[in-house]
Ligand binder design. Structure first.
Ligand code: HEC
Length: 145
């Protein structure tokens, strides 16, 4: 059976347009997955080179318990021994929206530069770039409560 040429052409066009639309939607969704207007331009799009690296996660867990747990808690739920009295309280990485709502690039920026107006310190100069990514690899491995 042979289709009329015109029909074949229309089919090809429909397939092509459909494919282009799918690619367009995928790109749009990626770009708009996170709404982070405050993220400085130079941090945009940076990705964790240690994603899914188990050794990095373990190293990140150790760094977290030493540096972050006093505020964010040994269980990363925001309830560290230094948390009472802090306003705003330290972020909860178990139940709060931070990990869900933010890209690795955003977490990296926050950890590097801290959060003004809160007790969240700047870690630039304390943790190396690699150590910051290790902590992020650890945070991404946490199960929500
Ligand atoms: C002295 C207490 C303290 C220490 C130590 C600390 N944090 Fe924080 N952190 C805070 C507070 C307070 C906030 C602010 C929460 C808010 O704005 O709701 C915060 C927020 C954050 C956020 C979310 C930022 C945002 O945009 O809301 C991340 C991510 C974070 N901390 C990671 C870390 C990591 C990783 C470490 C260890 C390397 C660390 N923090 C150490 C107190 C601390």
């Amino acid at each position: 059976m042979s289709l009329p040429r015109g029909h074949a052409l229309v089919c090809a066009l429909v397939v092509f347009a459909g494919g282009a639309a799918a690619v367009g939607i995928a790109v749009w969704r990626y770009e708009h997955r996170y709404n982070e207007p405050e993220l400085p331009e130079e941090y945009r799009g940076v990705a964790n080179p240690l994603e899914d690296d188990h050794a990095a996660r373990d190293a990140g867990a150790r760094l977290f318990s030493r540096n972050c747990a006093p505020c964010h808690g040994p269980d990363a739920d925001g309830r560290g021994p230094a948390a009472p009295g802090l306003n705003p309280p330290p972020a909860d990485f178990r139940g709060g929206p931070i990990l869900r709502n933010h890209s690795d690039a955003f977490l990296y920026w926050r950890i590097a530069e801290g959060k003004h107006g809160t007790a969240m310190p700047q870690w630039d100069g304390v943790l190396t770039e690699n150590e910051r990514w290790e902590v992020i690899a650890f945070l991404r491995s946490l199960e929500p409560d």
